[in-house]
Design a protein around this ligand. Structure first.
Ligand SMILES: Cc1ncc(COP(=O)(O)O)c(C=O)c1O
Length: 392
C-alpha cells in the first residue's frame, strides 16, 4: 500500500542517513572494515556477562549506570557527576547536538548564527553532519590540511572559515579516517580559543601516544568522548561515555532516555575496568601489528599515513597523483585509469574477492585511499599476501 509522503517530516524525508560499515556473514571473511578489535573481551568480562543472564533480566537496569560511573570517575580522577554513560558514544554525540545547539534551519537572526551551528573538521567522523541534519541545525565543515594535521588557532583565524563561537564543535582526536594523532597542547590551545562547547571525540585514543582528558577536566566547556567499542572489544554491547563539567553532564542527563544503557552493557563495561591489564596488552599487540602492516604495505608501494589508531589509511600503489590532477580524476568513474592502474575502489573489490573486507569512502579527500582496520598478525599477513597477488 502507498503511503502519503506528507506523513513524514520533510527534514527526515530529505535526510542522507549515516551509512555504517557492512556486517556481512561470509564464512572465512577477514573483516577489516569497521575498526572492531580483533581480540575478544577478557575472560572475566565474559564470565560477568554470563553470570548476569538470569531471572534479573525482567528488571530495569540501574538508570544512571552508577557502578560504572563511579569506577570511571576513579580511573580518570574526577567525580561520578562528571560522567554520563551512553548507548555507545554515538548516542551521546546526538544528545550533545540536542542539548547545546539550536535547531534552526531558517536564516538565524544576524549575529546569532553560531547558536545553531555544529562545527567539525573535514574529513572526520561522518556521523557529525548527519546529527546536525537530523536536528535541523547548520553545519560548518572546515577542511583539514592535505596532511590531516590540526590547524593552529592563527591559521584558523587567517583562513576565516572557522567559527570560534559555534555552539558545538566536534574534534575527532586521533582523527578518523586519517588516523593522524593530535598533541594535547595543540588541542588545549584550540579549546581555549572556543566559546561554545567542544567535544574531543577520543574513540581511538587508546592506540595513541597521548590523550586530552586533562583538557576536559580543566575547561568547563570541553568534553571528552570515549567508547568501550574499539579498545575494549565491546561493540556488541554499545557502551560509551562523556567526561566533562558537571553542569554540561547534567544538561545531557536531563534529555537522555531513563534507561539508555542496557544492563548487560553496564555489567560488561564495569568488569572491563577490573581487567585493564588484559586490554592494555591488546593495545600493544594492535599497535605492533599496525606498524608491521604499515611496513609490509609500504614495501609493496602503498603510501601509508602514520596512524595513532587501530586502523591505517593506505593509498594503493600507482594511485598517487599530484593534487592538480587529482580533482579531475576524482570526477571520473572509479574504473581503471588510462594507465591501467587499479583505483582504490577497484582494490576494495579485488580484496573482497579474496575474502578480505576493508573500507573505502567516496569522498574527494580520501577517495584514493583504503581504510584498513588492524586485525591479528595473521590477518595482516593475509592482507599483505593478497595485495602481492593483486599486484602480480
Ligand atoms: C570517531 C568515532 N567516534 C565515535 C564512534 C562511535 O562509537 P560507539 O560504538 O561508541 O558508538 C565511532 C565509531 O565508528 C567513531 O569512529
Amino acid at each position: 500500500m502507498k503511503i502519503r509522503q506528507s506523513l513524514i517530516r520533510p527534514l527526515v524525508h530529505e535526510l542522507h542517513a549515516y551509512v555504517p560499515g557492512e556486517q556481512p556473514k561470509i564464512k572465512g571473511l577477514i573483516k577489516l572494515n569497521t575498526n572492531e578489535n580483533p581480540y575478544p573481551p577478557s575472560r572475566r568480562v565474559l564470565q560477568a556477562v554470563k553470570a548476569a543472564v538470569d531471572g534479573r533480566l525482567r528488571l530495569y537496569p540501574n538508570p544512571t549506570a552508577q557502578v560504572l560511573r563511579e569506577k570511571l570517575a576513579k580511573l580518570h580522577g574526577c567525580q561520578a557527576e562528571n560522567i554520563i554513560i551512553g548507548n555507545g558514544s554515538d548516542e551521546l554525540l546526538a544528545l550533545a547536538v540536542r542539548a547545546f545547539v539550536e535547531p534552526s534551519r531558517k536564516p538565524a537572526a544576524a549575529g546569532r548564527e553560531s547558536e545553531a551551528t555544529v562545527q567539525y573538521f573535514h574529513p572526520s567522523y561522518s556521523l557529525y553532519p548527519v546529527l546536525a541534519d537530523i536536528h535541523g541545525s547548520a553545519k560548518n565543515a572546515v577542511p583539514l590540511p592535505a596532511d590531516f594535521s590540526l590547524p593552529d588557532v592563527r591559521q584558523l583565524q587567517r583562513a576565516g572559515e572557522w567559527d570560534f563561537h559555534a555552539a558545538l564543535t566536534f574534534v575527532t582526536t586521533p582523527n578518523a579516517p586519517s588516523g593522524r594523532g593530535y598533541a594535547t597542547a595543540a588541542l588545549a590551545k584550540l579549546c581555549r580559543a572556543m566559546n561554545g562547547v567542544v567535544v574531543l571525540d577520543e574513540a581511538y585514543v587508546d592506540f595513541a601516544g597521548e590523550h586530552a582528558m586533562s583538557v576536559a577536566l580543566k575547561y568547563p566547556h570541553v568534553i571528552v568522548s570515549r567508547t568501550f567499542s574499539k579498545s575494549y572489544s565491546l561493540c556488541f554491547q554499545r557502551v560509551g561515555y562523556f567526561v566533562g563539567h558537571r553542569k554540561l553532564i547534567a544538561a545531557l542527563d536531563k534529555i537522555r532516555d531513563s534507561y539508555n544503557v542496557n544492563g548487560l552493557g553496564q555489567v560488561a563495561a564495569a568488569a572491563t575496568l577490573d581487567d585493564l591489564s588484559y586490554y592494555r596488552a591488546n593495545f600493544r599487540k594492535i599497535i605492533a601489528t599496525r606498524e608491521e602492516l604499515s611496513r609490509g604495505l609500504t614495501r609493496l608501494g602503498f603510501r601509508v599515513l602514520p596512524s595513532q589508531t587501530n586502523f591505517i589509511l593506505a593509498q594503493p600503489p600507482g594511485n598517487a597523483l599530484p593534487a592538480s590532477r587529482r580533482q579531475g580524476r576524482l570526477n571520473r568513474s572509479s574504473r581503471r585509469d588510462a594507465g591501467g592502474t587499479l583505483t582504490a575502489r577497484d582494490w576494495l573489490q579485488k580484496l573482497r574477492e579474496k575474502k578480505i573486507l576493508v573500507r573505502w569512502f567516496n569522498q574527494p579527500e580520501v577517495k584514493d585511499f583504503l581504510r584498513i582496520t588492524i586485525g591479528t598478525p595473521a590477518e595482516a599477513e593475509a592482507l599483505v599476501r593478497a595485495a602481492k597477488a593483486i599486484l602480480r
